[in-house]
Design a protein. Structure first.
Length: 311
C-alpha cells in the first residue's frame, strides 16, 4: 500500500476552474446558480411531497425520494464552492477538504448509479408483471435494495481510499473546478498502474453493469409497451421511457468517458465539461423527468397547497 508523503509541500490545491476570463466566470456563476437552485428546490420538493403524502408511499416513490436526496447532497458537495470560486482569481482548497469532497462525491455518484438500475427494475416489474408487482416489490424488498445500494457504494468508495493512496510531490495546480479523482491522480508522482486498475474495476461494477442492466430492462419494457393496443398509451409510455433513457444516457455516458480510460498525467478541458453533465446537469433534470411531470406528484402538490386536484 502506498502512503501519503507527509513531508510533501502539497497542503492545498489550486483549482483552475472552467475559465480564466472574469466575464466568462461571471456568466458561469449566473448559469450554475440557476441550475443549483433549480436542483435543490425541485429535489427537495419531491422529497417533501413523498414524505408528506400517503398516496406516494409506494416503491417507485420510495426510490425517487432516495434519488432526490442523493442529488441534493451531490450538488451541494461541489456547486457552492464552484460558485464562490467564480469571483476568485486563485481559488484554492485544502488537502483535507479536497479529499473529503472527492470521496463524498464518489460515494453519492456510485449510489445514484445503482439506484437508477433499481428504479429501472421497479418499472420493469410494474409494466411487465403488474399482477405480481405488490408481491415482488414489497416493503422489505425495497428496504433491502436501499441498504444494499448504500452499503455497496460505501464499500466501493472506502476500499480504494484506504488501500491505494498516491504520493504527491509538489505540483498542486488542479485542472478542474472541483476535486475530481482523475484530476487529482494526474498530479501524483507515484506509480498509478495499480490505482488505475482498481478504478477500472470499480467503474465496471458501478457504471458498466448498471447501465447494461438498464438498457436490457428498458428493452424488455419497450417490447411490452409495443403490445399495448392503445396508440395513445403506446406513445405516452414510449415518450416516458425515452426521456428516462436520455437522462440516464447523459449521466452514465459522461461518467464512463471519464472513468473507463487509462489513468494519465494529463487532464483535458473536455473532461471538465463531461464532469459538468453528470455533476450538475443530470441532478437538475432528474426531478423534471422522473417526478414533476407525474400525475400523482402533481396531485400531491395540489393537495399540499390546499387546492382542488386537477383532473
Amino acid at each position: 500500500m502506498e502512503e501519503w508523503d507527509n513531508a510533501t509541500t502539497v497542503t492545498e490545491f489550486v483549482l483552475v476552474g472552467l475559465s480564466s476570463q472574469s466575464q466568462v466566470r461571471a456568466a458561469l456563476f449566473v448559469l450554475f446558480l440557476i441550475m443549483y437552485l433549480a436542483t435543490v428546490i425541485g429535489n427537495s420538493l419531491i422529497v417533501t411531497l413523498i414524505v408528506w403524502d400517503s398516496h406516494l408511499h409506494t416503491p417507485m416513490y420510495f426510490f425517487l425520494s432516495n434519488l432526490s436526496f442523493i442529488d441534493v447532497c451531490y450538488v451541494t458537495t461541489t456547486v457552492p464552492q464552484m460558485l464562490a470560486h467564480c469571483f476568485t482569481d486563485r481559488p484554492t482548497i485544502s488537502l483535507g477538504r479536497c479529499f473529503a469532497q472527492m470521496n463524498i462525491a464518489i460515494f453519492l455518484a456510485e449510489a445514484e448509479c445503482f439506484l437508477l438500475a433499481i428504479m429501472a427494475y421497479d418499472r420493469f416489474v410494474a409494466i411487465c408483471s403488474p399482477l405480481r408487482y405488490s408481491l415482488i416489490m414489497r416493503k422489505r424488498v425495497c428496504v433491502l435494495f436501499a441498504v444494499g445500494m448504500w452499503s455497496t457504494s460505501f464499500a466501493l468508495t472506502i476500499i480504494p481510499f484506504f488501500f491505494l493512496q498516491p504520493r504527491l510531490c509538489g505540483n498542486n495546480v488542479l485542472n478542474h473546478y472541483r476535486c475530481e479523482v482523475q484530476a487529482v491522480l494526474s498530479l501524483a508522482c507515484s506509480d498509478l498502474r495499480a490505482t488505475g486498475l482498481l478504478i477500472l474495476i470499480s467503474s465496471f461494477f458501478s457504471l458498466v453493469l448498471p447501465f447494461a442492466f438498464i438498457l436490457m430492462t428498458y428493452g424488455r419494457i419497450g417490447l411490452a409497451v409495443l403490445r399495448i393496443r392503445s396508440k395513445q398509451g403506446q406513445g405516452k409510455a414510449l415518450s416516458t421511457c425515452g426521456s428516462h433513457l436520455a437522462v440516464v444516457g447523459i449521466f452514465y455516458g459522461s461518467a464512463m468517458t471519464m472513468y473507463l480510460r487509462r489513468q494519465t498525467k494529463t487532464f483535458s478541458n473536455q473532461e471538465k465539461v463531461a464532469a459538468v453533465f453528470y455533476g450538475v446537469v443530470t441532478p437538475m433534470l432528474n426531478p423534471l423527468i422522473y417526478s414533476l411531470r407525474n400525475r400523482d406528484v402533481k396531485g400531491a402538490l395540489w393537495r399540499m397547497t390546499g387546492k382542488k386536484v386537477e383532473e
